[in-house]
Design a binder for this molecule. Structure first.
Ligand SMILES: Nc1ncnc2c1ncn2[C@@H]1O[C@H](COP(=O)(O)OP(=O)(O)OP(=O)(O)O)[C@@H](O)[C@H]1O
Ligand SMILES: [Mg+2]
Length: 457
């Protein structure tokens, strides 16, 4: 048996049990074991440290492979055991007569974790036959990755699979001019919503629209479309309401109005709010070769709410600035880095003035805050209705957390908003104006000590 076949068998087993494929470091270990290399040789070949391979990821990998193969495997026994397996050919070959266009779908060969979410989405799409599903969550949390993974896993259930990114905000006609001919196999070139619906009724199709949030209006209440893209809202509403045999999978940082309106736990329109992923975060930390105890790794993941993108950026910085030592980084207590700031800047700029004010006050208060408390904080006064609307909007944007009538921010976001606040405070003091900062209100808060510290250092 060739190594490529062994790899395929291992990948298949892992995919069956855990809905993912082997990571780079796991493949390096597999290759080493297959070719009877020492850990030292594997380290030299792959660039990972010998310590990491032999003491950390190695033992975990053998254990995990034993679980997926249903046989006890270690570095020495791997070749013998894998050679006894044969390829499940039927599972590996693509079905005939399927048309697939992955567009700009992201590569998910290193995808980890998210077993529950995969199961839930698969159930919604295949068993419950949902027509419209939105994956909603903050930037970098893994929406596109999950959409790509699920689509890849269930693609054989569909006659057509097409992925389109809306990041460049194409006019709806341009998008329809691609979708209708593709789904009709060039029989139909009418770029109209009703033609798209027709083909979605005729065939079982999986259509993924990534980055729906690009079409939504910044500043206003979350979920409304920009004037040029209102026709998208009508299209999604049509695809959510009308009966057809296909599934539209959306990813968005904000839940759009028609999804909020149509979603129903018994119906064909659903949304899944995505939180961070432990497995993905821990795997990313390991892949970056960061050094630390299990507790330190967990602490790092928790600090960034297991946001894979942010952890990737942070891990890179820890690697270059602190020699990969998590503990040294944690001691510095400066969790905001440049790349992350850019990511959060983008989200923050989309907020309405009232939403920004609420974000500031949640950062100032630092603890769970009630609506009444917020109302007392904000000057000039705002109506309760406006406040509730903006709080809902911020929840849709995944920027705040809610717990029975109280609100707060994730630590990382709080840190970012505090930095913005300090910056704004400095600017306003320089310009001798106090638009946002009513001094009395600010003095009333518990944050002064913290802000002073940030401001004067
Ligand atoms: N489960 C996972 N396993 C491994 N890597 C992941 C996982 N989820 C996300 N990532 C990685 O984290 C990064 C961010 O993920 P992704 O692009 O899916 O985020 P997103 O929620 O779509 O963000 P945005 O709103 O900016 O589009 C990517 O580099 C992706 O590969
Ligand atoms: Mg994305």
């Amino acid at each position: 048996m060739e190594f490529s076949q062994a790899l395929e068998i291992a990948n298949h087993a892992v995919n069956e049990k855990l809905a993912r494929t082997l990571t780079e470091v796991e493949i390096a270990l597999l290759f080493g074991a297959w070719n009877n290399l020492t850990y030292q040789q594997i380290a030299a070949r792959s660039g990972y440290s010998i310590n990491y391979l032999q003491r950390d990821i190695g033992p975990k990998f053998w254990q995990f492979l034993s679980y997926t193969l249903g046989r006890k495997v270690n570095k020495t026994s791997l070749r013998g055991i894998l050679s006894q397996f044969t390829l499940p050919i039927s599972n590996l070959q693509p079905q005939n007569q399927r048309s697939v266009d992955w567009g700009e779908a992201i590569n998910v060969s290193h995808f980890c974790g998210r077993i529950e979410e995969i199961e839930k989405l698969t159930h919604w799409i295949l068993a419950e036959r949902c027509r419209l599903i939105a994956l909603v969550g903050m930037s970098g949390i893994g929406k596109s990755a999950l959409a790509a993974k699920v689509s890849q896993l269930i693609q054989t259930e569909f006659e057509f699979v097409i992925w389109r990114s809306l990041r460049n905000a194409p006019p709806l006609e341009t998008l329809l001019a691609e979708l209708v001919p593709f789904l009709s196999q060039q029989q139909d070139i009418q770029a109209k919503p009703e033609r798209l619906l027709y083909w979605l009724q005729k065939h079982r199709c999986l259509v993924i629209f990534d980055n729906q949030d690009t079409l939504l209006q910044p500043v206003q209440h979350a979920g409304n479309y920009q004037p040029d893209f209102r026709n998208y809202g009508e299209l999604f509403r049509l695809l959510g309401e009308a009966s057809h045999q296909s599934c539209i999978l959306l990813t968005s940082r904000e839940k759009s109005a028609e999804v909020a309106l149509l979603e129903d736990w018994n119906g064909g329109v659903r949304s899944l709010s995505l939180k961070g992923s432990w497995e993905a975060s821990m795997a990313l930390i390991d892949a970056k070769g960061l050094v630390g105890s299990e507790a330190e790794k967990r602490h790092l993941c928790e600090l960034y709410r297991c946001n894979p993108l942010i952890l990737k950026m942070v891990a890179t910085s820890i690697q270059s600035l602190f020699d990969g030592e998590i503990a040294v980084f944690l001691q510095t207590e400066t969790p905001i880095f440049n790349g992350m700031r850019h990511l959060l800047d983008q989200q923050f700029q989309r907020l309405s003035p009232l939403e920004q004010t609420i974000m500031y006050w949640l950062a100032i208060n630092r603890e769970w805050t009630t609506i009444a408390q917020l109302q007392a904080d904000i000057v000039p006064a705002v109506s309760r209705t406006n406040l509730l609307e903006s709080l809902e909007s911020l929840t849709w944007r995944s920027l705040i957390e809610k717990r029975s009538g109280e609100y707060t921010q994730q630590p990382m976001i709080m840190e970012y908003v505090t930095d913005c606040l300090v910056h704004q405070l400095a600017t306003e003091l320089l310009m001798v104006k106090t638009s946002f900062f009513n001094q009395d209100a600010l003095l009333k808060t518990t944050v002064l000590e913290y802000l002073h510290e940030k401001f004067w250092h």
